[in-house]
Design a binder for this molecule. Sequence first.
Ligand SMILES: Nc1ncnc2c1ncn2[C@@H]1O[C@H](COP(=O)(O)OP(=O)(O)OP(=O)(O)O)[C@@H](O)[C@H]1O
Ligand SMILES: [Mg+2]
Length: 461
Amino acid sequence: MKGPKITFVCRECGFTSIKWLGKCPDCESWNSFDEVAISEKPRASASPISNNKAEKFNELKLPTYLRSKTGMQELDRVLGGGLVDSSVVLLSGEPGIGKSTLPLQISAELAKNRKVLYVSGEESKGQIKLRAERLGIAGESLYLLTETDIDAVLSECEALKPDVIIIDSIQTLSTMRFSSAPGTITQVREGAASLIGYAKGAGAAVFLVGHVNKEGGISGPKVLEHMVDAVLYFEGERTNSYRIIRAIKNRFGSTNEIGVFEMGDKGLVEIPNPSEVVMAERPKNTSGSCAGCVMQGTRPIISEIQSLVAKTAYPTGKRTADGFDHNRMCLLIAVLEKRMGLRFYENDVYVNVAGGIHLDEPSADLSIAMALISGITDRVIPDDLIAFGEIGLSGEVRAVSHIEYRVKEAIRLGFTKILVPKKNVSAMLKVPDNVELVGISNIYQVLLHMRQKEKEGNMPT
Ligand SMILES: Nc1ncnc2c1ncn2[C@@H]1O[C@H](COP(=O)(O)OP(=O)(O)OP(=O)(O)O)[C@@H](O)[C@H]1O
Ligand SMILES: [Mg+2]
């Protein structure tokens, strides 16, 4: 009889090789290969073939997904309206960002009418109790288990029959059935597969907390992301207390939505109006600053774009973009140089999106271009002016989607001059009398508009 077949599997991406490699040829990570023994069992010739039959689409029954509110609207929105029963959600993020805090906070709300089991393989009961005390969490049907053996966790689940299971973290779980260490591809895949199998069978919702690797990707096999129903990613900067949850994948909702929180000593607090928080810190009457608006799913978020244009000490100027794609910034600078004759090449250019929001929508182009024009000409853009529109290579300003939402949000925050793409201006777009809506068809008009305002004496030079 043949012994088990030995293969080597990359723990980062799942690449397999018949011999050990120092560097993975697929994901290029170093020292990431684990030895895995696979015993190949021939399929018993007498094994019954599944008798699944194809069914007509029209005759299929619609399933009713039960969604539980997590008590945090920001999280519910990212999940697509709440936590779906028998779904598996992977929550990952950098160390110390709040991956243990968030599930603990929502478990208190869920435990009001569901049975919740919190499984921790990372911290002791005392540590978790201390955190729960700090966050003010208590609940009659909230259970805690500190365990790292997946089989023990599953047998406890069988006995307790929880409706929601939180696993902190999937990398700490392991099974004696495999000899590899916890966190290796075999263990993570096996742990996740057993939990997913249990969740689908018992109708329980499972939250898996996952670590990230040093490049910031979700640690463990890529296959883990394919196995679960939703992948949520915690973003945030060490320098500020704001945290953003973004769905990378969601089988039950959109992936465009974000949830914004602030981390404090009482845990994560929701920020339902992120625009207000960002704009509250905006400096007044400074050049190089312009307000813009991007859509995050169904929600418009107003953010401040700052630019600093300073004479360079080097033969070629430095360009840095924070919260915005670097290549897109270079493209906008090239458009401004070519179409408007602005001499950015003599300068270092820094662009920053205030508040840690990442602008990944072309509608931010116009506000970035205006911040750059303001930065290089040292002209101040009025605080009550906001601009949004996509810029093409000829300097034309192209129409953007969801214009009504953006204009409404801008008016709500007190902006009275709204620069929008000309194509978006229509009779349908109504604004109050004190608000001026200006249609722009070319980036050149921005400068004309700024100069006109200066002549009127409305704008400091
Ligand atoms: N007393 C406190 N006051 C304010 N913030 C606190 C306090 N204690 C912890 N925090 C915040 O909580 C964060 C830790 O949260 P949490 O343990 O949920 O993170 P994590 O992502 O689970 O970390 P790990 O990767 O170590 O498991 C800290 O980085 C800190 O920002
Ligand atoms: Mg933790």
